[in-house]
Design a protein around this ligand. Structure first.
Ligand code: GLY
Length: 583
């Protein structure tokens, strides 16, 4: 057992049920009434009656709203948005990556679709170690070895087949048009092409030919980006279904690209890929039910675990942005991320102690360790190496239809533009999700996350994720649909959406706009956005937190549903170009 300094260790809990932990009784919470937004509020949600889409890109949001207006359900609209983002938001939208869908039907059934990438058959535990045995992040991030077998097309096809109402080809039409006829580049894409694009795309001729002009400069804001090859690939999927991607011409392109450049994904890997329907992680918080993504994402388990710990404190009374509330939340986050490094991995390969990690008894034992006045140094929980953060671009979108079906999707290429490699003439950018495996125990990945055996590389295994599409249910009905990009910060960003809405009574726009903070145990730093009072930050420092002011965290795209069915939505102002709209 590696985790130390705990009154009730998880291993012991598994055996004993932690009967002796007792002690901290749940604090009586002064949870305020729900706020949907009143005139006097500072931030106002978008308000609609019938259907709503919230995504990082205005063009993609409009595609989803059109599908809803034409009678498609939330799954149809979500899939159309996902395909559109693969064209208009190439930083993260994708066909060559993977992700997760969480959906709750109007009838009250909640399920998930796991379309996370899988390690190719030729992958091996030490494939990213150099001759000295050190992890080489260039290999796991920017080489042909960086890509896992993509899952997006299989995931979308499965979602539509099981829960959609319109043909897949119909849902691909808007994306085909956007790729074939082009679209006008917005500020966000222009900026990302200038910075990250130059780093990862320019050195690959097929990628350069798409995103850069003949003079070698990236396309700018206001210019039209046409992606003819991507349009052809989308058209093939419309005509032949997912088989075009996994067995047909697109599979040939991907396998040939990999074979020519030392990559591993073969035609057999693509043929063998399966999206999987999985039972969601669920928990309760102050009378609400919460559903989120199970392993191979760590998101759901740790959001529930942290909320269970927080239920032992009266956050509402402490107040948003108070040193007390931040201290409690940061300490709870440390415990969760320490457990993540030890226990979480692909459930098809490792036994994840899911029930124990999300049990109220275990959370109570952790709550008892939390000292409001003195932070526990991360080194007292478990030692590890530090790594700097890098920006990342996952993306999330939320959809609710007029029947009351709700869908939350988070998917990604991993970092901005993934590996930067476009597969042959397919126009499809490939992911660099292999970096989400633990290349070497204790060595941090691009997000500074460490892991061990549970997340070691194995053929056909899915790398551990933090993506957390989440639906909170109130009195049996979907109430908050949310999620975010942000790598390791996804979990704490979604957590803050939930806590801001429930404990601090914020409307969905206020909850989105509120400044965020994050602690992931290692490195031992409390990262905060601008906007917290200097007095609060000084108090936190005096209580042992190592405060660091950081750039924006996350980009939530959320919808809140009032009991009368009115929809309230908010796109994150941290992402210029995002749009929440409906009808
Ligand atoms: N690639 C980031 C994540 O899945 O958490």
């Amino acid at each position: 057992m590696k985790i130390i300094s705990r009154g009730c260790q998880l291993g012991w809990l598994l055996v004993t049920g932690c009967l002796l932990c007792g002690g901290a009784s749940a604090a009586p919470a002064s949870v305020p009434p729900v706020s949907y937004g009143v005139e006097a509020d500072t931030f106002h949600p978008v308000k609609e009656q019938h259907g709503m889409v919230s995504s990082v890109d205005a063009l993609a949001t409009r595609v989803g709203v059109d599908i809803l207006k034409q009678g498609g359900n939330a799954v149809d609209a979500a899939v159309a948005v996902g395909f559109a983002l693969a064209v208009t938001h190439p930083q993260a939208g994708n066909l060559g990556g993977g992700g997760f869908m969480l959906l709750r039907t109007a009838a009250g059934r909640t399920t998930t679709i796991d379309f996370r990438e899988m390690a190719p058959a030729g992958a091996s535990r030490d494939m990213f170690l150099d001759k000295q045995g050190n992890a080489d992040s260039k290999l796991s991030l920017t080489s042909h070895l960086a890509s896992g077998t993509p899952g997006t097309v299989a995931g979308f096809a499965l979602a539509v087949q099981k829960y959609g109402t319109l043909p897949l080809a119909r849902l691909l039409e808007p994306a085909i048009r956007l790729a074939r006829d082009g679209f006008v580049i917005n500020d966000a894409l222009a900026n990302d092409l200038k910075t990250y694009g130059k780093e990862v795309l320019l050195s690959h001729p097929a990628s350069k030919a798409i995103f850069f002009k003949a003079d070698g400069t990236p396309y700018q804001k206001g210019e039209r980006l046409v992606q003819k090859n991507l349009a052809r690939s989308l058209q093939l999927i419309a005509e032949q279904g997912a088989a075009a991607f996994y067995q047909g011409k697109i599979a040939d392109e991907i396998a040939a690209e990999m074979a020519a450049h030392g990559g591993l994904i073969s035609k057999a890997d693509l043929t063998a890929y399966r999206a999987v329907e999985r039972q969601p992680v669920s928990g309760t918080y102050h009378g609400y039910e919460l559903f989120s993504m199970p392993p191979p994402s760590s998101g759901g388990i740790h959001i529930v675990q942290i909320l269970n710990i927080l239920e032992n404190f009266d956050l509402a009374k402490m107040g948003f942005g108070s040193a007390d509330a931040i201290q409690v939340m940061a300490e709870a986050e440390k415990y969760a991320y320490a457990d993540r490094s030890e226990y979480l991995g692909d459930p098809d390969f490792v036994k994840v102690p899911w029930q124990a990690l999300t049990s109220k008894a275990y959370a109570k034992s952790l709550a008892q360790q939390i000292d409001l006045q003195q932070a526990r140094p991360s080194s007292a929980i478990k030692p590890g190496n530090l790594a700097p953060y890098e920006s990342n671009q996952t993306t999330h979108f939320s959809v609710v239809d007029q029947r009351g079906n709700a869908v939350a999707v988070t998917y990604t290429l991993n970092t901005n533009f993934g590996s930067g490699i476009v597969a042959g003439n397919s126009g499809i950018l490939m992911n660099n999700q292999m970096d989400d495996f633990s290349a070497k125990p204790g060595t941090p990945n691009v997000y500074g996350l460490v892991g061990g055996d549970a997340n070691a590389i194995q053929p056909a295994k899915r790398p551990l994720s933090s993506m957390s599409p989440t639906i909170v249910v109130k009195e049996g009905k979907a109430w908050l649909v949310t999620g975010s990009p942000g790598g390791s910060r996804i979990i704490t960003t979604v957590l803050q959406m939930v806590v801001n809405s429930i404990d601090f009574g914020m409307n969905v726009a206020e909850a989105t706009n509120a400044p965020r903070f994050h602690h992931q145990w290692l490195p031992d730093q409390l990262r905060v956005e601008k906007g917290f009072s200097p007095d609060t930050l000084r108090l936190l420092e005096s209580r042992g937190q190592h405060v660091q002011v950081e750039a924006a965290m996350g980009s939530t795209q959320s919808i809140m549903i009032a009991p009368d069915g009115t929809l309230y939505g908010a796109s994150d102002p941290r992402s210029p170009g995002a749009l929440t709209a409906g009808y």
